[in-house]
Each structure stands twice: as structure tokens, then as C-alpha cells.
Design a protein around this ligand. Structure first.
Ligand SMILES: [Zn+2]
Length: 283
């Protein structure tokens, strides 16, 4: 499932093909994904310029010259590809339409953006830009972890009195937007905090250490994603999936990498999700 760094990588890959460019043609090959597509979607997109391509949590938002914003959520298995970019960066010909290519967007510069989603948990919506933040998927989101509203005193206050395990609290999108399972595991490992510890019982100074680590973990992953974009030429034009190594995630049974720790990474289940941690050095 794509997390924030993957979505940000997709956004950065799409930006040169879409930003400042007009949509010339839209093909919609089915009536819905997770929800029905907005009415007359192709018509409402055609002829509009993409003014700005931004990200909120795990959503990509394309602000259009019409005053509407195209919202894209990759869901579990959504993939975006760019083909035929005339900037000479990518050199892909338009591939033949594949099964599950649900929406195909052609830009004035010859670029083609394809949204493919075999499991159809993704979503595409078209909303008024001025009130985009009130959309049901965005309204309850907490601050962006890489933004200015997320800081030490905010997190200390948000976790105060919370009886839930810190792992679940950090996954709560109302507290921090866009932080997912992988990066919460990595953050707690780097901070030496047990994922089982009750959020409200962690000392203020330890909670404060989480903030820079969350930012670092995400920035490192975004950087790895950026490197993957440089190799884009060799790839098939698909954006957002890249090789990235983790310290605990998916490393069950492997030795802990903390210097001086002889622990073994363990996997437990919390709220139905796998948590990877070192029981020895995470307290
Ligand atoms: Zn350890």
C-alpha cells in the first residue's frame, strides 16, 4: 500500500507532465472505483489547465483552471504511469491500453497519464478548490508531518491522556496525516520506544524526540523515491514504487541493527496490523 513518501514520489513524477499544462482528452473506462466517478468527469476535465499539483496526506490534488480540484487516491493497488513525455526526459511511447487502465488523461504536451487499479480501492473525485479541505476524505486529517503545524508541543498535547498504544496513536490520521504502518514502525525503532507503550504514559521528552525522527524517516524515504525517478527512463513509466531498506519493517527474525543490542526483530499484531520492533532496545 503506498504511503506518504510513495505518494509524494508519484506527485513529483507527475508534476513535469501536468503542471501548467492543459488536459486535451480524458478516457474513462468504467463507472467507478471505490466510489462512482464524479458526473461528467471527462467533460469537466477536458480543456482545463492544471495550475498546481499538490499533496495532502496520501491524496494527490490537481487544482484546475476551472476552480475545481481533481483528487486522486491510489488506495491499495492504484498505479500511475506517465508515457510519451515530450520534454525528452522519459522517452516512453504510449503503451497499449492494459486491463485495469480505468482513467487515461492526455495533456497538451503529448504526455499521457494512466491510472491503473486492479483492486479498485482507489478513488478519484472532482471538488470545488475553495472548499477542498472540507471533502470527507480530507476534513478530519491532522497536520502534515513535514509541515509547520506539526511540532513538539502539538504532539505532546495530542498524546496527553491517551490510553491507546503509541503505535496506534501515531497511525491515527486525526493526529498526524499520512503516517502509515511502515514509517511508524521505523520511527519507534529509531526512538527506542516500545510500540506497546501507552501513548499517554510516555514522558514529554521522549515524545518530543519523535517529531524530528518522523520527519527524518519520511524525508529519507522521499529522497529514495527521488532517486527512483532518476532511473525512470529505464522503467516502464510507473511512478512511486522504489527500493528502500528498512531497519525493522519486514525484518522479523533478523538481528537488531542498534549498536550494542543483540536483540532479534519480532513481529506482533496490533489493531490487525503487523508491528515490527526490537523487544530488547525498544522500551
Ligand atoms: Zn535492539
Amino acid at each position: 500500500m503506498p504511503e506518504l513518501p510513495e505518494v509524494e514520489t508519484v506527485r513529483r513524477g507527475l508534476a513535469p507532465a501536468m503542471e501548467g499544462k492543459t488536459i486535451t482528452h480524458v478516457e474513462v473506462n468504467r463507472p467507478d472505483l471505490r466510489w462512482p466517478f464524479p458526473e461528467n468527469m471527462a467533460q469537466r476535465l477536458t480543456g482545463k489547465r492544471v495550475e498546481n499539483l499538490r499533496r495532502r496526506s496520501k491524496y494527490i490534488l490537481a487544482d484546475l483552471s476551472s476552480g475545481e480540484t481533481l483528487l486522486i487516491h491510489l488506495g491499495m493497488s492504484g498505479r500511475m504511469t506517465v508515457s510519451g513525455d515530450p520534454l525528452g526526459q522519459f522517452h516512453h511511447d504510449h503503451p497499449a491500453t492494459q486491463k485495469h487502465d480505468h482513467v487515461v488523461i492526455d495533456m497538451e504536451n503529448g504526455a499521457r497519464i494512466t491510472f491503473n487499479d486492479p483492486r479498485r480501492f482507489g478513488a478519484i473525485d472532482l471538488i470545488t478548490t475553495a472548499s477542498a479541505e472540507t471533502h470527507m476524505l480530507l476534513a478530519k486529517l491532522g497536520p502534515e508531518p513535514l509541515g509547520n503545524d506539526f511540532h513538539e508541543s502539538y504532539l505532546v498535547e495530542s498524546l496527553q491522556g491517551k490510553n491507546t498504544p503509541i503505535k496506534s496513536a501515531l497511525l491515527d490520521q486525526r493526529i498526524i496525516a499520512g503516517l502509515g504502518n511502515i514509517y511508524v514502525c521505523e520511527t519507534l525503532f529509531r526512538c527506542g520506544i516500545s510500540p506497546r507503550r501507552k501513548a499517554g504514559n510516555i514522558s514529554k521528552s521522549r515524545v518530543q524526540t519523535l517529531v524530528p525522527v518522523i520527519r527524518k524517516v519520511l524525508k529519507d524515504a522521499i529522497e529514495a523515491g527521488g532517486s527512483s525517478l532518476k532511473d525512470f527512463r529505464q522503467a516502464d513509466g510507473e511512478l512511486g514504487y522504489f527500493q528502500h531498506s528498512f531497519d525493522v519493517y519486514d525484518r522479523e527474525g533478523h538481528p537488531c541493527r542498534t549498536p550494542g543490542c543483540n536483540g532479534t526483530i519480532a513481529r506482533i499484531t496490533q489493531s490487525g496490523r503487523s508491528t515490527f520492533h526490537c523487544p530488547q532496545c525498544q522500551r
